[in-house]
Design a protein. Structure first.
Length: 273
């Protein structure tokens, strides 16, 4: 073969290694969609596809939705009770002071706040269910299922407290559930387990802050609601730590702010409806 033909062949056929690198970089660039704006949905899952759920997954999803929205939730743990502080009486004996009844205005405020908390637990059921169905990791699914069971306790406690306050859950619970399930399933399928766990961490961090604010806004003598909220707050912290230990990545600030804005809309609407 002449030197001319060798040169022509070299120019017309770039080395295979360089060609592969070129295509790999192009593929990576295409999948880092809007990275500069913080959208990492495809960066951590190079084979991200939002495929339709199979029949088993659809049945599980429907079962979770029906149980959460229309069945009376049952808690595995007893409802948290307020700590009773004993005070000395006139005869020197120790006894619990008599609790003051809530006024109508205080009941209305407590009911509104507990309705918001109940909506949060409806969303937690949907989020964890969607993430578990999207994951192919049995160990992670087990952790998400365990967290979901604890959230079922929260759902039952807030539902029971609403009944005690002569109030009702949000009328828009089906809407809240659908949105949270879409976020959980989409994050798991498009972003993979690490991004999905990142949503868990940020969600639980925001819920923890939200519950802390409720502790200060609930009527001072509504000890029953405060006991429930305090235990919920403890559990949410544990869920966030579980997700961090399981390999969660931190979400970018734009996504955090978007989640916060969506939560603000939900809590504002659920407070009244």
């Amino acid at each position: 073969m002449s030197a001319y033909s060798q040169t022509t062949e070299t120019l017309s056929q770039p080395p295979l290694g360089k060609l592969c690198v070129f295509h790999q970089r192009s593929d990576q660039s295409a999948k880092k969609i809007m990275l500069s704006n913080g959208f990492l949905l495809l960066q951590y899952n190079k084979r991200a596809k939002l495929l339709p759920m199979n029949a088993d997954a659809l049945i599980l999803a429907a079962d979770s939705a029906l149980r959460t929205l229309f069945a009376t939730p049952r808690a595995a743990r007893p409802t948290p009770k307020p700590q009773t502080l004993l005070a000395p009486q006139g005869d020197g004996a120790l006894a619990a002071p008599e609790a003051r009844e809530l006024t109508d205005a205080e009941k209305s405020l407590s009911a509104s706040l507990m309705r918001v908390n109940h909506v949060g637990e409806v969303c937690a059921q949907a989020l964890y269910t969607g993430q578990a169905l999207a994951s192919n990791n049995p160990a992670l699914r087990a952790k998400l299922d365990a967290a979901c069971r604890e959230e079922t306790d929260h759902l039952a406690w807030t539902h029971e407290r609403l009944a005690q306050l002569n109030s009702r859950p949000s009328l828009l619970n089906p809407l809240w559930y659908a949105g949270a399930f879409a976020i959980g399933y989409g994050a798991g399928k498009l972003g993979g387990d690490k991004l999905s766990l990142g949503f868990v961490v940020e969600t639980e961090n925001q819920v923890e802050a939200h519950l802390a604010s409720h502790m200060s806004h609930l009527p001072a003598n509504d000890l029953a609601s405060k006991a429930i909220v305090a235990q919920m707050k403890t559990d949410e912290v544990a869920h966030a730590r579980m997700a961090q230990k399981a390999g969660a990545i931190e979400l970018p600030e734009p996504v955090k702010r978007l989640m916060g804005a969506a939560a603000k809309v939900m809590t504002t609407v659920a407070h009244r409806i």
